[in-house]
Design a binder for this molecule. Structure first.
Ligand SMILES: [Fe+2]
Ligand SMILES: [Fe+2]
Length: 443
């Protein structure tokens, strides 16, 4: 069903294009109109209505985001947004004439789109199409949006899975598709970063290696964007970060997940994932550039070069490796693992700060926690007055006092900026798999 909706929408866009290029009387326009109408008739044969909405920067149909339209999306979304159109509904009974009129209607210059759009559309005699703003209340809108973000994360996780297994099998990978998924995430990190980071916090609990890869990629992109890198660099760091542990996928899971101490030989195997990864990524220099090779090689080197692989000479690491090294350890420590106790965010903070200046560049590490906060967005925390809250946003001025939303008890429900309320403080973190579970659905 989704595929035919995409075909219909693409058809509509190409009608608009050919109208602008050739005019309504030209056979090219008629041809694209015929094609688009056929697609709409096809969709509306099995349903009463088809409504397309613009949610954030994406096009959505009901609860699905139309990702495959993405390459066409940006200009089309901008075009419609400039015309104050956030929602288009097509109803069964739609005629080809109405569709043609509608294409002419949206082809008008943006200055014409003021006032009651639906009224002006009706004046043209179109009965089976309606347009306007999204008719959802804020709460519902938020849910749709959260869902859109979650879809984005899942579809990217999917893409990551494919891109990783492609590399492992020495296949060609869809590097454009991969970059596109990550750049979508990157765009959303700037506009809706809290939502995206929240997902990286929550979704890490699906313990697969690729989830770790995607999380490290998201954190690295977010961190480098906050450090002021430009978009191309951020995307390159994101792609490279995604492959940082690719070498691990060819090491036996028995060793990787062995409870207890590894033998020297086993530890040697684990360490070899840096070199293995660099070798694998060398094959993709043409499409992904050299940065993935560099990061595979350097991400365990440590700031003071005491890590691995051992080098015969001191070598300054690439800044991207220093960034990924922080995000990597941050995600690995926070991630629930079968063989070790789940660490709460304050413990992760303490462990990482113990290695400040040795494993991690001290300036970068401080900056990282100022940005991420001690308690990450999405964390469930208990306050000193016994109430339960979710972390909603950070305060760089005090990493221990984020913006929170008290969710329990009922009568205390409200948003609080902890830097503005000295009476309240965070006492402890509730594990989202144990005592925090019932509140997690509120995230
Ligand atoms: Fe690694
Ligand atoms: Fe890693």
């Amino acid at each position: 069903m989704l595929a035919s909706i995409e075909v219909a929408f693409k058809g509509l866009l190409s009608c608009l294009q050919s109208l602008k290029m050739y005019g309504a009387a030209h056979p090219m326009f008629q041809k694209s109109l015929d094609k688009a109408f056929e697609a709409f008739a096809d969709v509306l044969a099995s349903r009463q209505e088809m409504t397309i909405g613009i949610v954030g920067e994406e096009l959505a149909f009901e609860k699905e985001i139309l990702f495959d339209l993405a390459k066409f999306l940006r200009p089309a979304i901008l075009y419609l947004k400039e015309r104050n159109i956030e929602r288009i509904a097509f109803y069964s009974g739609l005629s080809k004439e109405e569709l043609a009129k509608f294409v002419s209607f949206i082809a008008k210059p943006k200055e014409d789109f003021k006032g009651d759009l639906q009224a002006s559309l009706s004046l043209t005699g179109i009965e089976h199409i309606s347009i306007g703003k999204l008719k959802v209340d804020m709460q519902q809108n938020r849910n749709v949006f959260a869902l859109a973000q979650s879809e984005l994360y899942d579809s990217s996780a999917d893409m990551v899975g494919r891109a990783l297994s492609g590399v492992l099998n020495s296949e060609k990978i869809d590097h454009l598709g991969l970059k596109f998924s990550l750049s979508n995430i990157m765009e959303n990190l700037s506009s809706q970063r809290q939502e995206m980071l929240k997902l990286a916090t929550v979704k890490r609990y699906d313990v697969e290696t690729y989830t770790h890869m995607l999380n490290v990629s998201i954190f690295s992109m977010y961190f480098s964007s906050r450090l002021g890198f430009d978009k191309t660099d951020i995307l390159n760091i994101g792609v490279a970060a995604m492959y940082h542990d690719i070498g691990k996928l060819s090491i036996s899971r028995r060793i990787l997940h062995k409870p207890g101490q590894l033998t020297d030989q086993e530890f040697g195997r684990v360490k070899s994932h840096t070199l293995l990864g660099a070798q694998i990524m060398l094959k993709y220099v043409n499409t992904l550039g050299i940065l993935p090779v560099v990061i595979c090689f350097e991400h365990h080197l440590k700031y003071d070069s005491s890590g691995y692989p051992r080098l015969p000479f001191l070598r300054k690491q690439h800044i991207a490796s220093l960034i990924v090294a922080i995000c990597d350890v941050y995600d690995a420590l926070s991630q629930r693992r079968g063989y070790k106790q789940d660490y709460s965010p304050d413990v992760v903070y303490n462990i990482m700060n113990r290695d400040k200046g040795s494993a991690f560049n001290p300036v970068l590490l401080d900056k990282f926690f100022r940005i991420m906060g001690l308690w990450p967005v999405g964390a469930v925390v208990a306050l000193n007055d016994g109430s339960i809250a979710l972390v909603r946003g950070q305060n760089e001025s005090d990493i221990r006092r984020p913006k929170i939303e008290i969710v329990s008890p009922q009568d205390k429900k409200r948003l609080v900026d902890l830097t503005q309320d000295a009476t309240l403080s965070i006492e402890r973190y509730l594990n989202p798999w144990k005592e925090g579970k019932e509140y997690l659905r509120l995230v």
